[in-house]
Design a protein around this ligand. Structure first.
Ligand code: ARG
Ligand code: ASP
Length: 689
């Protein structure tokens, strides 16, 4: 009896805790969550998180580039983000003589900070619920234009929440002079590489350092040597007191995309059709690339970034399928929908809703699958850039001005530097076969005729590569006339196999896809009435959000608990000069040997070490990379960069017992800057407590 009550109570508390960790909340509405946050250890107020009138934390968070987050950590615009977010910038400054990717980079003075042509950051000025104004007839475009005119460098957008049930105006200030200040060597910033990607225990020092520059008036300005460091309204102080299991954590950043409210039909599609197809096709591609990489060190380098890009989502989808199955999301959603349907049965507005949605899914499933299949097979091929760079730099475009032609030559050369025709030939064969395997209707009649004419898919691919002129040296390709280009087998391939030439039934049904979306607006409205106790939050859409939770390990497998903190000792244990992903810089080995950890060393279980990464239970997704991880006082304790592999179904269904985000501990960041980079002067401008 007594035990019965206890079990019930535990279950109640567990489910309360569960609700608490889930969510990506809108900062302007965070007041609704603040009681719960404070009960978990948050010490500040809603106004500290977001305020339009006074400086608040939001002023120290930036959208970094187009899909990452960063945080300002000094009064002079110093910015932290991930190494994998700064990768493009670091790479673009790297040459054989100055290989910053391999050896790292540290600006020794402000003069040495490196400008980046296409890198911008955005800071949120304010957000505003404009649902009523739009309902009353306000024009979205006018709202945006008015907001743009409010201040220097201002940009704005109207974003829909809950499938358009609510609209918010987001006003940003955008800075375009963002300079690279420092980056660790890849053997620290990318330590563990693809092997450890999405994995815990993790030991990656995934950070890089930038600085925002502004005009003398502190407003955004295009790059100029006269620009000065930006003086932010607010920057984060840093805490080196460390974290322990159960401590409050909060993530403030720009999560990209989630689908929390999709129907079971959509889960079924993802779990049983889409993800398995994408995983299978990527397995085939990765097998081809890996084999070529093992056979030839040149290919290993050429295809390193491509391999990483393909493998990242590939691994994530595997975790997603496993997680959805383990959570039984499909059955849970079906049950939820059954109860919803019962509730809706006597409400004329909603009674037919689920049936309409189901019908829309039934119609949209095949064309949508086709679209995904096409992009994972034919459209993933590098024949597209090959044609683009080849054709456009050829002389049939003569007449364009020299500077543009030169740009095209440079682009083509850069593309070919990392391109191996033999690998691509194998990938083309694999893509054709993959497409055919998953598309019973097969290729369009024209495309099939072309394949047949050459004696099958493999023979056709061989013909294409044996006869193309798109791989000729630059001087020769520039002499081709337009007739030679349009009859080139690669050019013909692209034209024949592109989606526009897809079978008729596919084109006819493509419009059904958008049909599904419009049903979600009334569905979400209905859900809120049906399930009033549920804490609804809008799906991620690359707008600023707050997530909160605690530092937490988790039960990885029966009897196997993963604790939430890793240390330098774990790096040393993985260190292996023979394994590319685990070969650390000699400097790190020396520091470990001499135990010169300075103020960044700590005592853990009686040994002196440096903390490296930690786990927490905040709901995050792609785009949260680089986000500040904050403690209850709003001080920076880490930089978010990943989730565990088994968490990745959280984009669809969040499981508080399993879902964990991974952060690099701020003490490791400071240790690397100071002791490995010898750039301690950067720490002097931070507020380290
Ligand atoms: N999995 C993380 C994310 O989705 C990190 C990716 C970069 N790291 C890598 N080894 N590929 O972005
Ligand atoms: N690694 C992801 C990013 O780059 C974060 C995640 O998916 O957890 O944004």
């Amino acid at each position: 009896m007594k035990k019965g009550i206890l079990t019930v109570l535990t279950a109640v508390f567990a489910s309360l805790a569960a609700v608490a960790d889930e969510g990506m909340w809108l900062p302007s509405l965070i007041g609704e969550r603040i009681k719960d946050m404070r009960s978990k250890g948050f010490r500040l107020t809603a106004e500290d998180i977001y305020s339009v009138n006074k400086a608040s934390m939001k002023d120290a968070v930036v959208l970094f580039g187009r899909g990452c987050t960063g945080e300002i950590v000094s009064a002079e615009g110093l910015l932290l983000t991930n190494h994998h977010c700064g990768y493009g910038a670091i790479q673009s400054h790297s040459t054989l003589d100055h290989d910053y990717l391999t050896y790292g980079f540290w600006a020794r003075s402000r003069d040495e900070e490196l400008p980046n042509e296409r890198l911008t950051v955005r800071i949120l000025v304010r957000m505003e619920d404009v649902t009523d104004r739009i309902a009353a007839g306000a024009d979205k475009l006018k709202l945006i234009q008015a907001a743009r005119a409010e201040g220097p460098g201002y940009d704005a957008s109207v974003e829909e929440m809950y499938y358009g049930n609510q609209s918010f105006l987001f006003v940003y200030q955008e800075f375009s002079d963002v300079r690279l200040v420092g980056a660790p060597p890849s053997s620290i910033g990318k330590f563990g590489g693809d092997t450890d990607n999405w994995i815990w225990p993790r030991h990656t020092g995934d950070f890089s350092v930038f600085r925002i520059y502004a005009g003398r008036d502190n407003n955004p300005a295009a790059y100029s040597p006269d620009n000065v460091p930006y003086r932010p309204r607010r920057h984060f102080a840093i805490s080196t007191r460390g974290v322990k299991e159960g401590d409050f954590t909060m993530i403030y950043g720009f999560p990209g995309s989630t689908q929390q409210y999709i129907l079971s039909d959509a889960v079924d599609y993802v779990q049983n059709l889409s993800d398995p197809m994408k995983i299978d096709l990527r397995t085939r591609r990765l097998d081809i690339i890996s084999a070529a990489q093992e056979a030839d060190p040149k290919v290993r380098i050429q295809y390193a970034a491509k391999h990483a890009g393909i493998a990242n989502a590939w691994k994530k989808w595997q975790g997603e399928v496993a997680g959805l199955k383990r959570m039984n999301t499909l059955a849970a959603k079906r049950d939820y929908e059954r109860r919803f349907a019962e509730w809706a049965a006597d409400k004329p507005e909603y009674a037919g809703l689920l049936d309409s949605m189901r019908a829309a899914y039934a119609r949209g499933r095949e064309p949508y699958f086709h679209q995904e299949l096409l992009s994972e097979s034919i459209r993933s091929l590098e024949l597209y850039p090959l044609v683009r760079h080849g054709v456009l730099s050829s002389s049939w475009r003569r007449g364009e001005d020299d500077a543009i032609a030169e740009q095209r030559r440079i682009k083509r050369a850069a593309f070919l530097k990392d391109y191996d025709p033999a690998v691509d030939r194998a990938l083309v064969k694999s893509a054709l076969r993959g497409f055919a395997d998953y598309c019973p209707e097969g290729f369009s009649a024209e495309a099939q005729a072309e394949i047949d004419r050459h004696g099958g898919m493999d023979a056709y691919a061989d013909y294409v590569f044996d006869h193309t002129r798109m791989l000729l040296p630059q001087e020769e390709i520039e002499r081709l006339d337009s007739a030679a280009v349009v009859s080139d087998p690669i050019y013909r391939f692209v034209v024949l196999f592109d989606g526009k030439r897809a079978p008729e039934y596919y084109r006819r049904n493509l419009s059904n896809i958008s049909d599904i979306e419009r049903w979600y607006r009334p569905y979400l409205r209905a859900l809120r009435a049906f399930d009033p106790d549920r804490a609804f939050f809008p799906d991620a859409n690359l707008t600023l959000r707050v997530a909160y939770g605690t530092v937490a390990g988790y039960e990885y497998a029966d009897g196997e608990y993963h604790t939430p903190q890793t240390t330098l000792d774990g790096i040393i244990a993985k260190d292996n000069p023979e394994i590319y992903d685990y070969d650390i810089p000699q400097r790190l080995r020396d520091l470990y040997a001499s135990k010169e950890y300075g103020r960044w060393g700590v005592e853990i279980d009686g040994r002196r070490t440096v903390p490296v990464c930690f786990l927490a239970s905040n709901q995050t997704t792609g785009g949260n990379s680089g986000s500040p991880v904050l403690n209850g006082r709003g001080e920076l304790i880490g930089i978010n960069f990943d989730r565990t592999w088994r968490s990745t179904m959280s984009d669809i269904a969040f499981d508080p017992t399993i879902c964990r985000n991974i952060a690099v501990d701020i003490r490791y960041v400071l240790f690397v800057i100071d002791k490995v980079g010898g750039a301690g002067y950067l720490i002097d401008e931070m507020e380290v407590r």
